[in-house]
Write a protein that binds this ligand. Structure first.
Ligand code: HEM
Length: 382
């Protein structure tokens, strides 16, 4: 019984073999037919699209498709050209696509949120704190705070910065904000004028930056008064609180260094953009970063140098505009008596005693470190 059972099952199993072979044969046949059908389905479209039928014209490479070459081209491989511009040997520069996506994507989006955030924060601060008044009222005495040269340096830097900021913001956001309002012709004229102004006025900004640095750097080194000032947050959030300060308080020192360093960064990256492909700051910087363990590329093409310069220029510029909005606020509507310092150069003595008590003492002691001498002026103050 056992034997006959085994014999039946072996017979049954061996009966399956032809069925499997037939199935495989059918499947293989179907695959071949389906595969060639699929190819046929695609081929006519390609052939009608390509006048050479997918062949390299002139048969110079002798093949219908050279995937490796095109892959290398897509990945930025550089070929040889006989014109002076060797960079024309790169047909597709993929970093350009990344650059465009970053510039028109996160850079612009975070930039506009940052600017709006700053305006909202200042409006809230004004609503809550109001204008910071001279607590002891105006006196009948004025003091020279900034002489003509200092005010010239400030307004050279500030005036040029405002033109640079507006024309720069137009480059980033104008097509969204102004083009629909002004129409193509006016927007094009304005943008072209803004671009030319941006290029030339940049040098006035650099001159103002250097002059302000030379005139004010000695007043901007940190000292022990800064700790007390910081501990009270400069009295910004507390009424009638006036921590002592010399010519510049800690907030102003921070602004000074921020303007100087970001102004230098803007100048260097701006010069790299103004004279294309002449400067490459990123490759040496990235080499240093790579040497200390950062995972950054150490070879940067001249085109990628330009793209990185643009991104850097825009980021630093946006941060500067945000900070300067705060500065303009406090120098105008935010604080009574502040604008006089850069307007006429003469400030009310009570304002000076409240905001720069140590500086007033220095000036009144006649110390050479203090700029200007106390002056009494009869009558009104502004
Ligand atoms: C309408 C625009 C501006 C106004 C009304 C303004 C106003 C002022 C005032 C009143 C001061 C003197 C503060 C004091 O006496 O303690 C000052 C100082 C200064 N400003 Fe401006 N400013 C303007 C734009 C700018 C810009 C665009 C920059 C730089 C890019 C700048 C950089 C500085 C620096 C570094 C100081 C010295 C440090 C300080 O006082 O904060 N200012 N500004």
């Amino acid at each position: 019984m056992r034997h006959s059972h085994n014999g039946r099952s072996r017979r049954g199993f061996s009966g399956l073999i032809p069925a499997i072979v037939l199935f495989l044969a059918l499947y293989a046949g179907f695959s071949v037919v389906a595969g060639s059908w699929a190819q046929e389905a695609l081929r006519p479209a390609q052939e009608t699209a390509s006048p050479t039928g997918g062949m390299v014209p002139g048969e110079s490479l002798g093949s219908a498709s050279d995937a490796e070459i095109w892959r290398a081209v897509r990945q930025g491989a550089q070929g040889n050209v006989s014109i002076p511009n060797a960079m024309a040997g790169v047909l597709i520069q993929s970093e350009g696509e990344n650059w465009r996506n970053i510039r028109n994507g996160p850079l612009s989006v975070y930039g506009i949120w940052g600017l709006l955030g700053m305006v909202i924060a200042l409006a809230l601060f004004f609503a809550v704190r109001g204008r910071i008044r001279i607590d002891s009222g105006r006196s009948d005495k004025l003091m020279e705070r900034f002489n003509d040269l200092e005010r010239f340096a400030h307004w050279l830097m500030a005036g040029s910065f405002i033109v640079l900021a507006l024309s720069g913001l137009n480059m980033l956001y104008g097509r969204y904000a102004l083009l629909p309002l002004l129409g193509e012709n006016l927007f094009a004229t304005l943008t072209q004028a803004g671009k030319v102004a941006h290029h030339y006025i940049a040098f006035a900004f650099m001159a103002g930056l250097v002059l302000s640095f030379v005139l004010w750097v000695r007043h901007n080194f940190p000292d022990k008064t800064d700790l007390a000032w910081l501990a009270k947050a400069g009295g910004l959030f507390t009424r009638k609180s006036h921590p002592p300060a010399k010519k510049f308080n800690t907030g102003q020192k921070l602004l000074f260094w921020l303007v100087m360093l970001s102004g230098l960064a803007m100048s260097l990256s701006g010069i790299a953009l103004l004279f294309p492909f002449q400067f490459g700051y990123f490759e040496p910087t990235f080499r240093v970063l790579a040497a200390i363990g950062f995972d950054v590329p150490t070879q940067i093409s001249p085109m990628a140098e330009m793209q990185l310069s643009q991104i850097w220029h825009a980021i630093v510029g946006l941060v500067m505009v945000m900070v300067i909005l705060g500065h303009i606020y406090i120098g105008t509507i935010g604080m009574e008596g502040a604008f006089d310092a850069m307007g006429s150069g003469q400030v009310d003595r009570n304002w000076a005693r409240e905001h720069h008590s140590l500086w007033v003492e220095e000036v009144e002691r006649g110390e050479p470190k203090g700029k200007g001498r106390a002056k009494a002026a009869a009558g009104g103050d502004d």
